[in-house]
Write a protein that binds this ligand. Structure first.
Ligand code: ABU
Length: 381
């Protein structure tokens, strides 16, 4: 791949342009996620048992670190510059004027916190108390990029209080019938009172940014993104997947792979009225195959679904990294013309993500393009 000369230090307009520089997360200092109004962690298959608290065992951290290092090494063989977050002790408790948690979480998934939109870095508000300060492991890097190139800008979204009133506390107790009845209202564990979003609910497609309304991103958060990004020439599109009763982060649900092609989750179809945007401009939606692991077979402390299988990382429009054991997906992607690289990553799953979640792209070749010429919506500004 020929590198584009004079690319800004921070430059990524979509999920697939040729990758040049990336942050890979780290499990160092990780702790178990605590129960809080925005999260009810459960041991898989043992719902009544108390979820552990405090630091993760050293062996679990070492296993995850080995796989994260393996991803970093693979990226380097592909000519990608890899950076890592600062190691912090996430087992420390946190107390603000509005809440307390017994410990924090980890820096395995930078994708949840940080997003590059063109030449701008945005730090998300976050939605859970234990993740309030999760931008900290990345701050030194952000300063470095910001100092290195005057074309780089940096925006920090307003921090919500995360006080009790920000949450719908009975959400976790809703019976399935009520969940089904409320699914079209898109009401989840966060209320609409404050601006809330995790960066991983966004997907970048040039001029157009998709934002999933979810347990981790509310309508106020989407309004903030619209008002912040649309005057800069983006168009922000809320998207919904009504059959996902616990939506959190779009990258196991709707994964753009290259111009014209999106990998979709067969259990979580896009809302009917949101489909025309893709169909009208000839995008093909292709369903991911059944993951190799069932939900019951996911690691004991993993709170994510089996669909981490489709959390792939694009190196370019024709090269993608998949989890080593996800053979059916690897075969599908090969049949679509992708060169598929693989890496073991199962030990990272209990930290909430796979290959896309555990990374944050800083620089990809390319400029902002309009992949949806039929979209007539013109943002103000
Ligand atoms: N952090 C991504 C998890 C999404 C899912 O469980 O499907």
């Amino acid at each position: 791949m020929r590198e584009i000369a004079d690319l800004p230090a921070v430059n990524a307009w979509n999920e697939w342009d040729p990758l040049r520089e990336m942050v890979v997360g780290s499990a160092a200092g990780a702790a178990f996620e605590p129960a809080e109004p925005g999260n009810r962690p459960q041991i898989r298959g043992r719902a009544g048992e108390p979820f552990p608290a405090g630091p993760k065992p050293a062996e679990a951290v070492a296993r995850a670190e080995e796989e994260l290092d393996g991803l970093a090494a693979l990226l380097e063989t592909q000519g990608v510059t890899v950076r890592r977050p600062e190691a912090l002790d996430f087992s420390r408790p946190l107390r603000t004027p509005h809440f307390e948690v017994e410990n924090q979480y980890c820096a395995v998934c930078p994708r949840d916190v940080m997003i590059t939109l063109g030449n701008e870095i945005i730090e998300a508000t976050m939605s859970r108390r234990a993740r309030y300060f999760e931008y900290e492991p990345y701050r030194k890097l952000v300063y470095e990029y910001w100092e290195a190139d005057s074309r780089v800008s940096w925006t920090v979204a307003p921090k919500p209080t995360m006080a009790d009133g920000m949450y719908r506390r009975d959400f976790w107790e809703w019976p399935l019938q009520e969940r089904h009845a409320r699914m079209h209202a898109s009401e989840f564990c966060i209320t609409q009172k404050e601006i809330v979003f995790d960066a991983a609910d966004m997907s970048r497609m040039g001029r157009d940014i998709l934002v999933q309304e979810s347990m981790t991103t509310n309508r106020a958060g989407i309004r903030w993104l619209k008002r912040t990004l649309e005057p800069k020439g983006f168009r922000v599109h809320p998207v919904h997947f009504p059959l996902d009763y616990f939506p959190s982060h779009i990258d196991c649900t709707f994964v753009p792979l290259r111009p014209g092609l999106i990998l979709t989750n067969p259990d979580r179809p896009l809302r009917d009225d949101e489909l025309p945007m893709f169909v009208n401009d000839g995008w093909k939606l292709i369903e991911a195959p059944e993951p190799v692991l069932s939900n019951d077979e996911m690691p004991d402390y993993c709170q994510s679904s089996k669909w981490l299988s489709m959390n792939v990382l694009s190196l370019s429009p024709d090269k993608v990294i998949c989890e080593e054991q996800e053979k059916p997906l690897q075969d599908l992607l090969s049949s679509l013309g992708f060169e598929v690289l693989t890496v073991p990553f199962r030990n990272v799953f209990e930290y909430g993500g796979s290959l896309h979640c555990a990374t944050w792209d800083i620089r990809r070749d390319g400029v902002r393009e309009d992949y949806f010429p039929s979209v007539s919506y013109q943002p103000v500004g």
